[in-house]
Design a protein around this ligand. Structure first.
Ligand SMILES: Cc1cc2nc3c(=O)[nH]c(=O)nc-3n(C[C@H](O)[C@H](O)[C@H](O)COP(=O)(O)OP(=O)(O)OC[C@H]3O[C@@H](n4cnc5c(N)ncnc54)[C@H](O)[C@@H]3O)c2cc1C
Length: 381
């Protein structure tokens, strides 16, 4: 390594994407540091669905089995309309991991952190906030403050912004993040599972708006409903909406997490500028309806680790590996955003449910059903 740098890469942000990138860089033998402002993974369950392509990557890191042991294997989904089942999706046969793994994001982050510690102890620094990035010609300098208020600097060949959708790294690099909010608003909560759905995900496409129900570990279930104007958005309000739309009783007193959220779509105009590279939510935001955001970020990180290694080892041909990373992953983000829009469209309230239900029946019947199963498990990536 050149004497004027301390690391090949400094990764700003140790969320799921930054931690996973650290593991991949460790595997490729690069020197790096992950800087994370939080002292521990946040308690919120947030992303719960890990799709087959991401599981395959996690499997190569020796992590998929540990995750599978803690999660629930969703092997299929049932789509219900106003008067019963419209169709079923089976995820069998689409991958060595023929299921979507339901695992709360805090567990995913805890397992990733433990794996990073096994692969390269000491590379994650928690409780430190990055405050500046200076992108120079021979290296970039990252300035961060520890929780005692002391200021430190490190020099790296590349700085990766894995610092989420409000990314300071992106702002400091002057990279635009155009996009827009959608009109849709949702209310999500985790409750004790009192349904008979077992490990099946059930999507209720009702006249008043979608009600999604996903199994979680430890006998819980995640409910996501499309909200309605004027709703107070407490646990009781969520349970009342579920009951009005599906007839199911969910006990509000068992709520362990509640989160109202609006959704938006953003895409950084570039993922690479000088020595700064963006990854995960720092590079793109897609609506969580469809559960793709974290998966997209993990796939970005896998591609980025390879591109960084080529850049560091000088193996890039005339077309820079980082520019190839940018092109490929911006395309992935656009496809995911379009799919999330498709999911949201089918979950909006309608005056007459009949026509939409007829379309869904066709889409869920052979020969379209396997295609839809591929789409919903992110096999297009
Ligand atoms: C309600 C909801 C449900 C979701 N459900 C799903 C789902 O089922 N499936 C799915 O794939 N995705 C889902 N997502 C999206 C998913 O949560 C995100 O895409 C994912 O967290 C992005 O990971 P990340 O590491 O890029 O960013 P983040 O998780 O935002 O992590 C960024 C990290 O950077 C740190 N950081 C920020 N600034 C600094 C700084 N200056 N210095 C040091 N550290 C810094 C932060 O503390 C944070 O830990 C959901 C999102 C929401 C809101």
């Amino acid at each position: 390594m050149s004497p004027d740098v301390d690391f090949d890469a400094v990764v700003v942000g140790g969320g799921p994407v930054g931690l996973f990138l650290g593991c991949r860089l460790a595997r490729r033998g690069l020197s790096f540091l992950v800087l994370e402002q939080r002292e521990a993974p946040p308690p919120h369950s947030r992303a719960i669905g890990i799709h087959p392509p991401a599981l395959e990557l996690l499997g190569r890191l020796g992590l998929a089995d540990r995750m599978v042991a803690r999660g629930v294997l969703i092997r299929g989904a049932l789509v219900r309309g106003e008067r019963g089942v419209l169709g079923e999706l089976e995820f069998s046969g689409v991958s060595p991991y023929p299921f979507i793994l339901a695992l709360p994001q805090r567990d995913t982050e805890t397992l990733l952190e433990a794996r990073l510690h096994e692969l390269r102890p000491g590379t994650l620094r928690r409780g430190v906030s990055v405050v500046d990035v200076d992108d120079g010609t021979s290296h970039a300098t990252v300035t961060y403050r520890d929780n005692a208020g002391e200021v430190h600097q490190v020099r790296a060949r590349f700085v990766v912004g894995a610092d989420g959708h409000r990314s300071l790294v992106r702002q400091l690099a002057g990279i635009a993040y155009p996009g827009r909010p959608y009109q849709d608003r949702y209310l999500m909560g985790d409750f004790e599972d009192t349904t008979t759905y077992g490990a099946t995900a059930v999507i209720h496409v009702t006249q008043g708006g979608v009600v999604e129900a996903f199994p979680l570990p430890h006998g819980k279930r995640r409910w996501v409903v499309r909200s309605e104007p004027g709703l107070r958005e407490g646990a009781e309000d969520l349970c009342r909406l579920i009951h009005t739309r599906t007839g199911l009783h969910v006990p509000a007193s068992t709520c362990s997490m509640l989160s109202p959220f609006g959704v938006g779509r953003h895409l950084a105009t570039r993922f690479v500028k000088g020595r700064v590279v963006l990854v995960g939510d720092a590079a793109h935001e897609v609506s969580p309806i469809g559960g793709q955001g974290m998966n997209l970020g993990l796939l970005d990180a896998a591609a980025l680790a390879g591109a960084l290694e080529q850049e560091v080892r000088g193996e890039g041909s005339s077309r820079s590996p980082l520019l190839a990373y940018q092109r490929q992953r911006r395309r992935g983000a656009r496809v995911a955003a379009r799919q999330a829009e498709f999911n949201m469209f089918f979950g909006r309230p309608v005056r007459t449910p009949g026509p939409r239900e007829r379309v869904l029946r066709v889409m869920l019947a052979r020969p379209l059903r396997p295609l839809l199963a591929r789409l919903f498990t992110m096999r297009w990536l």
